[in-house]
Design a binder for this molecule. Structure first.
Ligand SMILES: NC(=O)c1ccc[n+]([C@@H]2O[C@H](COP(=O)([O-])OP(=O)(O)OC[C@H]3O[C@@H](n4cnc5c(N)ncnc54)[C@H](O)[C@@H]3O)[C@@H](O)[C@H]2O)c1
Length: 357
């Protein structure tokens, strides 16, 4: 189970331990919708002890204590930052708090797991990366899908050339709500799609277009259409919506040899590979000689072992701290996503015009 970069394998095999005591003590800030999922998975992670949970809302802490009765709680996150027994902090608050909390915590020598999107600007993301590097601390971003077996299988298929050259990718992430108050639907949902595309293709687009509309809150787009333009002519489109009657989570990868559809809502057959393509005749002299050939072959759904991506992600954070290796979803990967989101916001402001990266 390993990724293909100079980064920490998901299960660290060799290690040059950064910390003599392998037990990492963790505090979690933000116990709203997502925080409890992180708490559950960090509690079951090896070499990890969750010591304290923090939320400004006492009722959220009361709920968490009803699940984990012996857990320390706090309403002020500074208590976690000042606690010398805590090695690492997990930040699962709304994005407007990410930068301030993460920076304070890094300056207090804590390793940081920060939810997506990692910050509100590329400038903030860069400061967090530099601060972590200067202090030799782990900074990891919660791009959860990178730890899913389906996405890892797609990466394997694309990298091996089974699909041929990727001509385009179309992603849809739609549902009714949850409306956010501080970010639009692109900043909320697209980090998942963008991080998957960057991981699978292993390259950045060179420009971005984004169009959208705000229907419910006049200042916050609730439907957006984002386009990532690649230098070789490749293109990826991402449609995001909080205003759709159906929950949709799918991505289509069209290659020159085969096509792949990834439906994350399918319980078992999440990936289907279609042996379909259009063949253009190599030589023709007249229009009458020109015929497209449509190739229709089999469809197959490869077996994918199912596990909870968040469980792997949480363990990977702990392992990255103890080995000192760079996590797969490092601060640098988080920054790339933010750069695309910033360009999307600029494009939205100018009516969908192209923004160079
Ligand atoms: N990786 C994923 O798949 C995934 C899924 C959902 C959400 N998220 C991310 O997780 C983060 C939280 O999202 P959510 O949906 O749980 O939001 P939420 O609003 O449901 O929960 C946020 C919690 O943070 C608490 N909070 C706010 N300010 C605080 C402060 N100063 N100190 C302590 N607690 C504070 C709130 O009271 C709330 O309980 C966001 O960055 C979001 O994008 C990631």
């Amino acid at each position: 189970m390993s990724f293909n970069k100079k980064v920490s394998p998901i299960k660290a095999s060799e290690s040059s331990p950064r910390k003599m005591d392998p037990m990492i003590t963790v505090g979690i800030i933000g116990c709203g919708y997502w925080g409890p999922n992180l708490a559950r998975n960090f509690m079951s992670a090896q070499n990890c002890r969750v010591k304290i949970l923090c939320d400004v809302q006492p009722e959220r802490l009361a709920y968490m204590q009803s699940l984990y009765c012996d857990m320390d709680i706090a309403t002020d996150y500074k208590r976690l930052i000042e606690d010398p027994r805590i090695d690492a902090l997990v930040i699962a608050t709304p994005v407007r708090y990410h930068f301030e909390m993460a920076l304070e915590a890094l300056k207090a020598e804590k390793h940081i797991f920060i939810e997506k999107p990692m910050a509100t600007s590329a400038r903030e993301a860069r400061i967090l990366i530099d601060t972590a590097q200067e202090r030799d601390l782990t900074l990891m971003v919660g791009h959860t899908f990178i730890y899913s077996s389906a996405v890892r299988k797609i990466k394997e298929l694309v990298t091996s050339g089974e699909l041929g050259e990727i001509q385009y990718i179309a992603a849809r992430r739609l549902n009714l709500g949850l409306f956010q108050k501080d970010i639009n639907v692109t900043w909320d949902l697209a980090p998942h799609d963008i991080s998957i595309i960057l991981y699978v293709l292993d390259k950045m687009p060179d420009s971005i277009n984004c169009q959208g509309k705000a229907h419910v809150n006049p200042d916050i787009e609730d439907i957006t259409s984002l386009v990532l333009n690649y230098p070789n002519g490749g293109i990826a489109t991402i449609q995001n919506s909080w205003l759709d009657p159906n929950k949709v989570r799918d991505m289509t990868f069209v290659g020159s040899k085969k096509m792949l559809v990834y439906n994350d809502l399918e319980p078992m057959e999440k990936i289907k590979i279609y042996d379909k393509r259009v063949e253009i005749p190599p030589h023709y002299d007249t229009f009458a000689e020109f015929h497209y050939a449509y190739h229709y072959g089999d469809m197959h759904a490869p077996y994918i072992k199912q596990y909870e991506p968040l469980k792997v992600e949480c363990q990977h954070f702990i392992d990255s701290i103890t080995t000192g290796q760079i996590p797969v979803t490092s601060g640098e990967e988080g920054l790339k996503v933010i750069q695309i989101l910033e360009a999307a916001s600029e494009s939205l402001r100018n009516g969908g015009g192209m923004v160079k990266l």
